[in-house]
Design a protein around this ligand. Structure first.
Ligand code: HEM
Length: 389
């Protein structure tokens, strides 16, 4: 992880991490809230793709990659901040990098692995080359932003970063030294990579859930029709009005093996948890899959049952599944990711019925890089045009 994401906020510590995490969280939130137009455009483009599929299996992976690229482009770079070719190059390179991060390699950490194992493992050099390709594109883009910077016209996240640095320099604030172009490029590498490939794969696990569990699909659809109706486009404000849909999403997350484990924080002081000594310097590897299938937390953990996340007068709802980490190093992209998943899932389930193609047109597994999800889509309004307004 370090040799892929090194230099960005995920690998920083201490004061530098604190300041930069606060900046990126706020800036990302500010950019994200201005892009409702982009969401609207993307949802309509998706309806159009699905409505015109005419009974042929649809490659949802490609559709979602295209839509998530647009949303990320608008969120981070503004309308003209990055070209489509650059985004395509970044996507391709990040996909190649992810191919090299297989789960078993995640157990190899520490100085010995870094020096003795990694350089000789397949994919190590490939990921270094693709990381450099991404950084080249990002540095070029940052340089363009610097040359066209206008403090009265802050266009996107990169402009915000430059402004933050300039303001701190003007105030002779020593913290300005942390706002380097390297930190920005290395952080953008993760934001853009995860913001497109991971989010697209993540949205697909919910669509796949609708296909895998047709009776659940009907319950989700019925709730959306009851609460929102057949025509109004869902918005993020509808999220807390749809308890069953939320429960369905939690259950999909709980049952999925989407990032079952991720290397996480390094222990800074020797500590003991439930009798286990965790030495200083140990890297923790949270096993999200095990936590989400723990029979002490979830009755009958292998059964897909969204109702476990609905509170009843006699029973509180089950503990929510973990996927984005917990605590102060938790994911800064959770809201961004969840918003897209909710909007795509509800808008598609409202208007279309999804099913498995009788003859799979390709690999139907959901994966971060290879593998495409093919789905058969039928309009819920038989014989009617989909209203794309
Ligand atoms: C399905 C998609 C995603 C999943 C499952 C995910 C998961 C995670 C997890 C588990 C962590 C914490 C690791 C730890 O405990 O140390 C993390 C950290 C992080 N994530 Fe995500 N993430 C996703 C998408 C995103 C997106 C879209 C962005 C940004 C656009 C993002 C940015 C970050 C950053 C910057 C950190 C490091 C935070 C820090 O160290 O302070 N992630 N992510």
């Amino acid at each position: 992880m370090e040799h892929v994401f090194g230099g960005g906020i995920v690998s920083l510590n201490g004061e530098e991490w604190k300041i930069l995490r606060r900046f990126f969280l706020q800036a990302f939130k500010d950019c994200g809230t201005t892009s409702s137009e982009a969401y609207h455009e993307c949802l309509n483009a998706t309806f159009e793709d699905l409505a015109t599929s005419q009974g042929n299996p649809v490659d949802m992976t490609n559709i979602m990659l295209d839509r998530c690229s647009k949303i990320m482009r608008d969120t981070v770079f503004g309308h003209e901040g990055v070209t489509e070719d650059e985004i395509r190059d970044l996507n391709e390179a990040y996909g190649k990098i992810l191919e090299t991060l297989s789960s078993t390699k995640l157990f190899l950490f520490g100085k010995v692995a870094k020096k003795l194992f990694f350089p000789f493992l397949g994919g190590y050099n490939q990921s270094k080359i693709y990381r450099q390709k991404m950084l080249d594109v990002l540095h070029k883009n940052i340089a363009q932003h610097e040359s066209r910077y206008d403090e009265n016209n802050i266009r996107d996240l990169i402009d915000m970063y430059i402004k933050e640095r300039k303001t701190r320099i003007q105030k002779r604030d020593p913290i300005a030294k942390h706002f380097t172009n390297d930190v920005l490029a290395c952080t953008l590498l993760q934001l853009v990579g995860d913001g497109i490939l991971s989010v697209a794969a993540y949205v697909n696990i919910f669509l796949q859930g609708l296909v895998e569990y047709p009776e659940e699909q009907e319950k989700v659809h019925d709730e959306i029709i009851d609460v929102i109706g057949p025509d109004r486009q869902t918005t993020i404000d509808d999220k807390n009005k749809l308890p069953y849909t939320n429960a369905f999403m939690y259950e999909v997350i709980r049952k999925s093996d989407f990032t079952p484990m991720l290397p996480s924080v390094e222990c800074t002081t020797e500590t003991t948890i439930r009798g286990y000594r965790i030495p200083k310097g140990a890297v923790t590897l949270p096993n999200y899959w095990a936590a989400n299938h723990d029979p002490e937390t979830y009755d009958d953990p292998d059964t897909f049952n969204p109702s476990r996340f609905l509170a009843t007068p006699n029973k509180p709802r089950a503990e929510l599944p973990v996927l984005f980490g917990v605590g102060k190093r938790a994911c800064i992209g959770e809201t961004f990711t969840t918003t897209q998943a909710f909007l795509f899932l509800t808008s598609i389930a409202q208007k279309f019925k999804l099913s498995k193609p009788s003859e799979p047109a390709g690999n139907d597994s959901v994966s971060l890089t290879p593998g495409h999800t093919y789905i058969l889509v039928n309009s819920r309004k038989e014989g009617c045009e989909i209203d794309l307004s």
